[in-house]
Design a protein around this ligand. Structure first.
Ligand code: XMP
Length: 507
């Protein structure tokens, strides 16, 4: 594996993903992780991330004592390079000014740049610079502004780069990372097939002949997990799908179809729409709606879980992903993972052991597995859908009538995105039914219909998002179709607010 020590760079996860894209397994640990912790991962190479600190600040985070004496190949990126230079006897100084943005390597040489000819564009973001090298090291790249853009140790396997090879603004950055992995002799066996085999073997070893309970939501993670568990332990799996009546048009059917390989006895579909709608009656506050849906979900799921527990079911599987688990310098990680996971909240007397096969996977890797496991494309590539479902896309009170209107309108929008091949070009798209009614005219008569909001966004992490520049002809067609086929809607508007200040959902 490759151990990535995180010194607080916003790109640390990206480094981990890039290494995995190069088919090497990677793990992120806090920059100050103990040597024992690092060696427990049996690393074949170490990457030191960038970070906001200055190495000459005495309180800046440093890797464990003795790490550099292990004979392991090391790649230091930005702060990581500065650390290497300073720790091994070179010098780092505050540069006259900050080098930020695209920079061109006017000169580069040696095996780290093997196969790369001519000038290379790389992304820079630093205000400290290496001004003297440790003994025996060489400068192997420079930019106009920076005479020390990359350095190489005498061992031929340890390097420092001032630029960020992991970001898209470094078009040949992946080649640099790949050269490093090659020089370091890192095993490149992290293929989806290998991952699948490993996961299946691990699950079998852990679970033995016990039974496993899984809640499926229709999202890609839980659906893939259902297929994986089914492949690994067959009928020892019981998947429970709670239909809360807040799903989109045809969604329940789609999920049932996708999970057909589980066999009828192993997929329990609980229709609880009545119960949810009843509980939501008269409620219009968004947070209140969220709480109610969460609470009712646990009630329904608990009842199923209790039955299964009494039948001797021992494990509860969850689709927790690596980003929820990473113990990074940013302070996230295992400690607060429970707070945002779906099936927390079961009462303490109901005891299950937790099975989290995706704990070390990124979302893209789950999608690759989904492909191998035969999860149908529409679910595999589906946009995220919030747990409270359409309840938070109907502003104000949720009623069966409004659910019906929104479902039909949403389906027209989403189907059109697919028809126009635009679905995969946006990160999330949705329709929102507002309580507002506006005046219109149909034939010679005045009409009075609801205002429907359409929203589509581009985003990488859903923390910030930009509204999608959908073609005007497309929006025109969708608005016409919706008002024609859903006469309760009198007006269609497109949301052109980014996040921040707006959120992606309207509630
Ligand atoms: P916002 O609206 O906060 O949404 O910009 C960011 C992402 O989170 C989803 N979202 C939710 N997901 N329960 C969920 O499971 C919720 O209560 C919830 N609220 C928002 C939203 O769809 C978007 O992908």
């Amino acid at each position: 594996s490759v151990v990535i020590l995180d010194f607080g760079s916003q790109y640390t996860r990206l480094i981990a993903r890039r290494v995995r894209e190069l088919r090497a397994y990677s793990v992120i640990l806090p920059g100050t992780a103990s040597l024992e912790r690092i060696l427990a991962e049996q690393p074949q190479a170490i990457i030191l991330s960038g970070g906001p600190n200055s190495v000459f600040d005495p309180s800046s985070p440093k890797p464990a004592e003795g790490l550099l004496e292990q004979g392991l190949p090391v790649l230091g990126i930005c702060y990581g390079m500065q650390y290497l230079a300073q720790a091994l006897g070179g010098r780092v100084e505050r540069a006259g000014r900050r080098e930020y943005g695209k920079a061109v390597l006017t000169r580069h040489e040696g095996p780290l740049f093997a196969g790369l000819e001519g000038e290379l564009q790389m992304w820079m973001s630093h205000s400290d610079a290496v001004t003297a090298l440790p003994e025996g090291w060489k400068v192997i790249a420079e930019t106009e502004e920076n005479p020390v853009a990359a350095i190489a140790a005498p061992d031929g396997r340890t390097f420092g780069v001032q630029f960020h090879p992991e970001v898209v603004h470094s078009p040949k950055g992946m080649a640099v990372l790949e050269n490093f992995l090659e020089l370091a002799g890192v095993r490149r066996d992290w293929t989806p097939e290998h991952t699948l085999e490993t996961l299946i073997a691990d699950i079998r070893a852990k679970v033995g002949s016990d039974r496993v309970l899984l809640a499926v939501s229709g999202g890609v993670d839980s659906s893939t997990l259902a297929l994986l568990l089914s492949r690994a332990i067959g009928s020892q799996l019981t998947a429970v799908f709670v239909d809360h009546g807040l799903l989109r048009l045809g969604e329940r059917h789609e999920v049932e179809q996708a999970l057909r390989p589980l066999g009828d006895e192993n997929l329990r579909v609980v229709d609880a729409s009545e119960q949810f709608l009843q509980a939501l009656k008269g409620v219009s506050d968004p947070e209140e709606k969220r709480k109610i849906v969460g609470r009712e979900f646990i009630r329904v799921f608990e009842a199923e879980a209790r039955k299964l527990s009494q039948e001797g079911c021992r494990w509860l599987a969850q689709g927790t992903l690596y980003p929820d688990v990473i113990e990074s310098a940013g302070g996230e990680g295992a400690a607060n993972i429970k707070s945002h996971h779906n099936v927390g909240g079961l009462p303490p007397d109901l005891k299950f052991e937790l099975l989290e096969p995706f704990r070390y996977l990124f979302k893209d890797e789950v999608r690759e597995l989904a492909l191998l496991l035969g999860l149908p494309e529409p679910i595999r590539m589906r946009h995220p859908f919030p747990g409270p479902g359409l309840a938070i896309r109907i502003l104000g009170e949720v009623t069966p009538h409004k659910l019906d209107i929104l479902r039909r309108a949403d389906d027209i929008f989403i189907s059109a995105l697919r028809e126009w091949n635009l679905y995969d070009s946006v990160s999330q798209a949705l329709a929102v039914l507002t309580p507002m009614q506006s005046v219109g005219v149909i034939g010679d008569e005045r009409s009075y219909g609801y205002v429907l909001g359409l929203r589509a966004v581009s985003t990488v992490d859903f923390m910030t998002a930009d509204w999608a520049r959908l073609p005007l002809d497309f929006l025109d067609e969708v608005a016409r179709k919706i008002t024609r086929q859903v006469p309760e809607i009198g007006r269609v508007v497109y949301d052109i607010t980014s996040k921040p200040p707006a959120t992606i959902e309207w509630e």
